[in-house]
Design a protein around this ligand. Structure first.
Ligand code: G6P
Length: 503
């Protein structure tokens, strides 16, 4: 609310995620330094951890950091949201090569990722990988417990024997971390509040039951006081699984699950983006496209992942060129594919398949001065992305399945000039709220071609109307709103005496 005091988090905060909020790597002189990582989660949560002097626990993402190495302080020039994080606030979890292979490549990205995206044919069930997953999750739990004991001691020393520190654990890499934390807390009588957020979809019982260790995963997710997902569908899937696999008593209306005499609150909290930051970026970003005025750019930006529907998208674009030849030489599909999980077989295969397909289509349609598809396999800076989002005519966001999809939201935030059109898959979490986008089933290639044709011919006033509403919603429901809602749902916000409750 306007003019009201800001509500602040009322307990020590410990954030736990697979990756630390920055990447560690060696610079030209061989020194270990922090490198920026661009995610919206980091942008929102890091400043809060700085402000409340909290702790962040995660894997350094690098074999260069050895167990007793100090975490480097941030560069004085550093302007990243993590710059204010002192190294004393960071607890690195060390993973060796075998753990990365079995935990990260094997179980996280070879089992849970495909299964939770409802692609069970791509999932491997390897009991050695699952064992390592549990072991690594216990490692994360041990680090969290150390931080928790420290936090409780500081509170006790200050005469506060009431406040319970808040532990916030993130995503599918850490599904069983809370099991050990709760066990030890009960045994040693440590006070804490445990919260979880899943950043990917949660599948239906029909899919979940394929997992040989479904009971242990569900129990892990019920070791929290509060468990949140992007959308209501994922919440209801989870509640259904708890009911059918574990026989829990559940209340679907109020989203409650009972296990061993405890009640766990479930809630849908759709994540947003740092909207104003993307607006600022797009206001100052120099043009990155220098194409002739009468060539329109259709933009795709994704991690190179089979859930993103890239092959379907490119085949639909080919259909579009066949069916509507008037667009030849007038449009370009610019696809940015960000390298991801390159040691996992499915990802290697996708790279080859994509490159082959683009080569074939470019060979088929190219003219001396025009090719239909431009393809970048690599990372762009935030500023370059903002310029592309701002200057393209159409954004194609067509995942086969996606927890939320932030590209759709970043695109509308950057549309500060002549508005373009968002084409969006209903199978992304974002498809449930961004109603003014053109929604299309990515498996229906013909429909995708038609929708692309419609988008390119959409009159300016209709584009304006749709984009204004899309931007308004994302500005309101940004990543800060999401984070505040999470803390508020956990009862972890001080009463600022105002009406600024995000719920
Ligand atoms: C998704 C997941 C995140 C993950 C990110 C990048 O957004 O929800 O947990 O960090 O992909 O993947 P990576 O395997 O590189 O961490």
């Amino acid at each position: 609310g306007m003019g009201n005091k800001k509500r602040e988090i009322n307990a020590p905060l410990i954030v736990v995620s697979n990756r630390l909020p920055f990447v560690l790597g060696k610079n030209a002189d061989g020194e270990l330094v922090r490198k920026q990582s661009a995610g919206g989660l980091v942008t929102a949560v890091a400043p809060v951890v700085v402000e409340c002097k909290g702790t962040w626990i995660g894997w350094s993402g690098s074999f260069d950091l050895k167990p007793n190495d100090p975490i480097p302080e941030s560069d004085p020039e550093d302007k990243a949201p993590t710059a204010g994080l002192k190294s004393s606030q960071i607890i690195p979890v060390h993973l060796d090569k075998t753990e990365i292979e079995e935990f990260y490549n094997g179980c996280c990205n070879g089992t849970f990722w495909p299964l939770f995206h409802s692609m069970p044919d791509r999932a491997n069930f390897v009991s050695r990988d699952w064992k390592t997953y549990c072991k690594v999750n216990d490692k994360f739990a041990d680090c969290t417990l150390d931080a928790l004991r420290d936090a409780i001691k500081s509170l006790d020393d200050a005469g506060d024997h009431q406040t319970a520190p808040l532990v916030w654990i993130h995503d599918y890499q850490l599904l069983t971390t809370a099991t050990k934390i709760r066990q030890v807390c009960e045994a040693e009588n440590l006070r804490c509040k445990l919260g979880f957020f899943l950043h990917i979809p949660f599948p239906s019982w029909d899919i979940m039951r394929l997992l040989p260790w479904d009971d242990q995963v569900l129990q892990g997710m019920l070791a929290y006081d509060f468990t949140a997902f992007h959308i209501e569908d994922y919440c209801l899937n989870f509640i259904d699984c708890c009911c059918r696999r574990l026989g829990c008593r559940v209340d679907r209306t109020n989203m409650l699950v009972e296990l061993a005499g405890r009640t766990i609150q479930v809630k849908a909290l759709p994540i947003g983006i740092p909207f104003d930051r993307f607006v600022q970026l797009s206001e100052k970003a120099p043009a990155f496209l220098n194409m002739s005025e009468d060539v329109k750019v259709i933009l795709g930006v994704d991690r190179l992942d089979y859930t993103k529907g890239l092959v379907h998208r490119i085949l639909a674009f080919e259909k579009f060129l066949d069916k509507y030849p008037e667009h030849r030489e007038k449009v370009v599909l610019l696809q940015i594919s960000v390298p991801s999980r390159t040691d996992v077989k499915e990802y290697k295969q996708l790279k080859d398949e994509t490159e082959l397909l683009i080569g074939r289509i470019n060979g088929r349609f190219s003219m001396p001065n025009w090719s239909p598809i431009r393809y970048i396999y690599g990372c762009l800076s935030q500023e370059q992305l903002a310029a592309l989002y701002r200057d393209c005519a159409v954004a194609l966001v067509t995942p086969l399945r996606d927890g939320m999809n932030l590209v759709a939201k970043e695109f509308v935030a950057c549309q500060i000039r002549t508005p373009g059109v968002l084409i969006l898959s209903p199978f992304a979490g974002a498809g449930g709220t961004m109603h003014e986008a053109l929604l299309v089933n990515p498996y229906e290639l013909d429909e995708m071609a038609n929708v692309l044709h419609r988008a390119l011919r959409m009159p300016l006033d209709e584009r304006e109307l749709r984009m204004t509403q899309l931007r308004h919603r994302e500005q309101l429901l940004d990543v800060n709103y999401w984070m505040t809602s999470f803390f508020s749902s956990m009862g972890a916000l001080s009463d600022g005496g105002g009406d600024s409750d995000a719920n």
